[in-house]
Design a protein around this ligand. Structure first.
Ligand code: GLA
Length: 388
């Protein structure tokens, strides 16, 4: 199922921009992403299998002759104005994704003039579809076009990741930014986060992606995310005493981990074991996708969820209920929590033709978590692009 971008997606942003500033010089669409499998592996130099989707952020801009920026978040009804020479993190969250990009671009030596910007779109915010990376990457691409900065997409992805580290305080990996900038329509991206090489695998025409939204605010997510990252680093430090060639969990094997198990705190052992197993699952899942063995692919998704819930402990009761209910439905090939965790969405691979059976089948699970069903169908789409 491939959904085309509707003109309705752009209309509110363009109307608002024209009302306030006149004609935009650049308009960009920057997508959210899903991740089929490979969770919490990116910052461990491992493998991930994301895809940009047909939902995203639309952003319109025009330059100013001074060094001021003017940002307007249409859906939030918020705006912010300031000087490009004076960038510090803002007490509100939304501007920091943008301010961080402005800061990192200038830090890297790119000279920016002032600009006016309006953004909106159809990407649910805070649902774990990486609206943050969509925002960062949308701005990087827009400014690249607006000021002819000559940035390639890999450099943009790294700058956007640094923006999130420095201005938002989340030590995220690079999966979301790579997916938002590099994806190809109707494909998933097998990304090796160690050397950032990637290959595209066609998304099967016999399956559809549905996201089930827990509607749970990811309150714990940031501190727990950074803590998971430190726990993995602690595991690497321990292994390195024995094997100096181990620079990340990507270089470690289950045999190596088990050989030194006695030295590990149980919690660190569990975290490391999950990451090493998840990397193996991504490789196996990719092979399953290439040989069109969707039942095998789905089983790996289910196993990934179990690992995230019990060993990595980044799930929450609502995610567990939705993922487990989905996995038990005959229409579902595989289901798991997606993204950082503690809320957001589950990702479900559903057989084409079984869409209604899936939506109906999930109703009792939503009732169980006390939420009105919120299900987002989405399809793999291309990365961020200039529209005007
Ligand atoms: C968030 C981060 C990503 C990745 C996922 C978990 O989306 O931004 O870098 O670590 O969590 O897989």
């Amino acid at each position: 199922m491939s959904v085309e971008i509707s003109p309705q997606f752009l209309a509110p942003v363009l109307a608002s921009f024209r009302r306030e500033f006149g004609e935009p010089a650049v308009v960009v669409r920057s997508p959210g992403r899903v991740n089929l499998i490979g969770e919490h592996t990116d910052y461990n130099q491992g493998f991930v299998l994301p895809a940009a989707v047909d939902r995203g952020i639309a952003m319109a801009l025009r330059p100013r002759s001074d060094r001021r920026y003017l940002l307007r978040a249409l859906d939030l009804g918020r705006r912010l104005e300031g000087d490009l020479r004076d960038l510090v993190p803002h007490p509100e969250r939304w501007p920091n994704y943008l301010l961080g990009v402005l800061y990192q671009l200038q830090k890297a030596g790119y000279s920016l003039d002032g600009f006016e910007l309006v953004y909106g779109g159809d990407l649910p915010m805070g649902a774990g579809m990486s609206s943050s990376a969509a925002l960062e990457c949308g701005l990087a691409l827009s400014l690249n076009e607006l000021f002819g900065l000559g940035l390639d997409r890999l450099t943009m992805a790294k700058l956007c990741q640094a923006a999130e580290h420095s201005f938002v305080g989340v030590k995220c990996g690079i999966m979301d930014q790579m997916a938002s900038l590099m994806s190809q329509k109707d494909h998933v991206m097998m990304l090796d986060c160690q050397d950032l090489s990637f290959q595209f695998v066609p998304f099967p025409s016999s399956a559809t992606i549905f996201l089930c939204d827990t509607q749970v605010e990811r309150a714990l997510a940031e501190s727990a995310y950074n803590q998971r990252r430190s726990q993995c680093e602690a595991g690497v430090a321990l292994l390195r005493k024995h094997a100096p060639d181990v620079h990340s969990l990507r270089d470690a094997s289950l045999e190596m981990l088990d050989a030194h198990r006695a030295e590990f705190e149980p919690i660190i052992y569990r975290r490391c074991r999950y990451v090493i197993e998840e990397n193996l699952r991504v490789v196996a899942a990719c092979a399953a996708l290439e040989s069109k063995d969707l039942p095998a692919f789905g089983r790996l998704m289910n196993q990934s969820h179990q690992g995230l819930s019990h060993a990595y402990e980044v799930s929450c009761p609502e995610l567990d209920v939705l993922a487990e209910a989905a996995a038990a439905l005959p229409s579902v090939l595989g289901a798991r929590m997606m993204g950082a965790g503690f809320g957001g969405c589950t990702i479900n691979l559903v057989e084409v033709g079984q869409e209604k059976a899936f939506v109906d089948g999930m109703a009792p699970a939503f009732a169980k978590i006390g939420k009105t069903p919120k299900i987002h169908p989405c399809a793999p789409h291309c990365g961020a692009e200039r529209l005007l």
